[in-house]
Design a protein around this ligand. Sequence first.
Ligand SMILES: Nc1ncnc2c1ncn2[C@@H]1O[C@H](COP(=O)(O)OP(=O)(O)O)[C@@H](O)[C@H]1O
Ligand SMILES: [Mg+2]
Length: 260
Amino acid sequence: MIELNNAAFAWPDAPQSLSGMSFRLDAGEKVVLLGANGCGKSTLLKILDGLVFPTAGSYRYCGVDVNQVRMRDREWVRRFRSEVVLLFQQPDAMLFNPTVRDEIAYGPRKLGWTDVEQRVSYWASALRLQAVLDKPPFMLSGGEKQKVALASILVLDPKVILLDEPSASLDPRATGWLVDFLLDTGATVVVSTHDLAMAAEFGNRCLIVGEDQHIAYDGPLRQALADHRLLERVNLAHTHRHRHGASEHAHVYQHGSKAA
Ligand SMILES: Nc1ncnc2c1ncn2[C@@H]1O[C@H](COP(=O)(O)OP(=O)(O)O)[C@@H](O)[C@H]1O
Ligand SMILES: [Mg+2]
């Protein structure tokens, strides 16, 4: 369904951000994307969402090259945008409608769907947004904005759901809801996080982007989380020497938890 072939990417006026990325995702896979801050997780998700394009190599979605030329095909873009969705790390970038109701309804209206109201009320109730439906999104808290942004993409009933550090701003109840939703959905899911404590909740396959901007690991998530050497190498864990009275021993620190 998703195929990156030796893809590289560099932001203008910045050093190379990603290089030599190759992997395939099949329909329905649940993938956790791990990597230290700045290694390129958000950039990779933007490539998969067709917001930026590989500067070398290729990205194919359902066998079709996703590139600038393809993005001029309006019919294809319309389909792609309804099938592949991205929850941004910063939800403000996604919210531009006058009310929460319009925000959630925006995609379905653009697609000309006829059951927009029912869909909006279903997702507002799933994410407990009923009380703020008539408020402007900019007046909401960060966590509420994230929930509106989530509702506005899930309402499209997407086939590929890309989530950029969703647990960073969602409250525990919304995060729990999301974990359950992702377990049940048949969609392909890629969730980025640098929070190892949450990672195991979000999927079973793991892709790790190393600090050298290459894929450092692609395999079972449990195995990656148990491999302290790997986690240290990619700067997701750090061994810290530490004294208790006369004895000295090492602790492994991870983002979000202390493992040992
Ligand atoms: N819009 C942008 N313009 C220029 N450089 C960017 C932009 N977004 C990210 N970068 C750079 O690309 C690299 C990877 O960033 P990012 O993908 O955000 O990493 P992560 O999400 O893993 O923290 C960083 O060096 C970052 O500064
Ligand atoms: Mg990021």
